[in-house]
Write a protein that binds this ligand. Structure first.
Ligand code: NAD
Length: 382
């Protein structure tokens, strides 16, 4: 079975789906790895590094599509709507593709791939179970986004993060407030703490209080009723507008006292809740920085705009949507581990075997034999 690795075509995307170091694990399982020329260059991996590890470099992109049985990508059609479309007729019926595909946000793209006869697996749909932890690309990428959000904030803030006592006087530490302490939020907390900031955090799931505190941050108690805020999968449940209104009211004081606010609050399959209003931003000190990691999903911060840096009321508001692509070396390393672990999970005897009784296979398989087969994606298409 030939595993093809493509150069990513989404604007600004610098990651690659497989790095040289993961090639041996694939070849050991009897798979051949075929790389599009230059696929890893923007992440720091030259073609020669892949061939050294046993991969072959194809003549061009079309050859990868022509020869591969399985295509590995960071962004397949649903997550690369414009440029990804030009690949659509290069896919062969019966070919398998694995990658991020926004299946719940762009179900039509899943239908288009299905119509082409492509069997597609979505990396967003990896179940959050212990057995699948090493395939969990959302967590890997959230880790990188949380780290990079802090660096962006530190770079933009006209103050330093650490407390310093110098001959020229005392520098007070920056105050950082992290809203949403999931994977990205916890990494943001840890990164801001390492830079010496005084960090506070809030999450609707009370279970994270201990994790926040173990990273040296203070959990802000907003006195909201959050007993029923977590679903069985460990994600936050959506709350009603009255809850969010109260949350905004309770957070206003903390936001106003912060030099940096980093928001990461998401509800799976829904737009992100608005937690920081324009008025709350206006209450911050001039020069303060807000980084809205939820900007791509509608935003936690009212004035934020996806991929724009705007200044409102003297406060800089950033809405980066693809921070993992700005750390392409390690983002690709982690993603390559995640995607190759999923692929090897699906492979038996040198070929993909579909076992629909397996929670991971069933959970991630979006299309097969010309049909969209994933229940939630199908429901969105009717
Ligand atoms: P996510 O990206 O969906 O959301 C980010 C955070 O925002 C979550 O912690 C959520 O509770 C929080 N949030 C939602 N609404 C909020 C609000 N109104 N105010 C404040 N915060 C709000 O979540 P995630 O980071 O991907 O992961 C969430 C959970 O899943 C965590 O408990 C994590 O440990 C768990 N997880 C488990 C596994 C596994 O078992 N394999 C893997 C990854 C994550």
């Amino acid at each position: 079975m030939i595993v093809g690795v493509l150069t990513e075509t989404f604007p600004g995307e610098r990651r690659v789906a497989t790095i040289p170091a993961t090639v041996p694990a694939l070849t050991k399982a009897g798979l051949e790895v075929l790389i599009e020329p230059g696929a890893g260059v923007s992440a720091g991996f030259l073609d020669a590094a892949y061939t050294d590890k046993g991969a072959r470099v194809a003549g061009d992109r079309a050859q990868v599509f022509a020869d591969a049985d399985v295509i590995l990508q960071v962004r397949t059609l649903g997550a690369n709507l414009v440029a990804g479309r030009s690949d659509l007729n290069l896919f062969k019926s019966g070919q398998t593709v694995i990658g991020f595909s926004e299946p719940l946000g762009e179900p039509q793209a899943a239908r288009d791939l299905a119509a082409q006869g492509v069997r597609a697996f979505s990396m967003e749909l990896i179940p959050r179970i212990t057995r699948a932890q090493s395939m969990d690309a959302l967590s890997s990428m959230a880790t990188i986004a949380g780290y990079k959000a802090v660096l962006l904030a530190a770079e933009t803030l006209p103050r330093m993060f650490p407390m310093l006592m110098t001959a020229a006087g005392t520098i007070t530490p920056a105050r950082v407030f992290v809203v949403g302490a999931g994977v990205a939020g916890l990494q943001a907390i840890a990164s801001a703490r390492r830079l010496g900031a005084k960090v506070e955090a809030y999450d609707v799931r009370p279970a994270v209080k201990e994790q926040v505190e173990s990273l040296g941050a203070t959990f802000v108690d907003l006195a909201l009723d959050t007993d029923e805020s977590e679903d069985k999968a460990g994600y936050a449940k959506a709350q009603d507008e009255a809850f969010y209104a109260r949350q905004r009211e309770m957070m206003t004081r903390v936001v106003a006292a912060s030099d940096v606010v980093i928001t990461t609050a998401l509800i799976p399959g829904r737009p992100a809740p608005v937690l920081v209003t324009d008025e709350m931003v206006a209450g911050m000190t001039p020069g303060a920085v807000v980084v809205d990691l939820a900007a791509e999903r509608g935003g936690n911060v009212e004035p934020s705009k996806p991929d724009e840096t705007i200044v409102v009321h003297g406060v800089t508001v950033l809405g980066p949507t693809n921070l993992p692509a700005t750390v392409p070396f390690h983002a690709s390393q982690m993603y390559a581990k995640n995607i190759s672990t999923l692929l090897l999970h699906l492979v038996d005897d040198g070929a993909i075997q579909i076992d629909l009784d397996d929670e991971i296979t069933q959970g991630t398989l979006v299309s097969q034999d010309g049909n969209v087969v994933h229940t939630r994606v199908r429901e969105l298409l009717v």
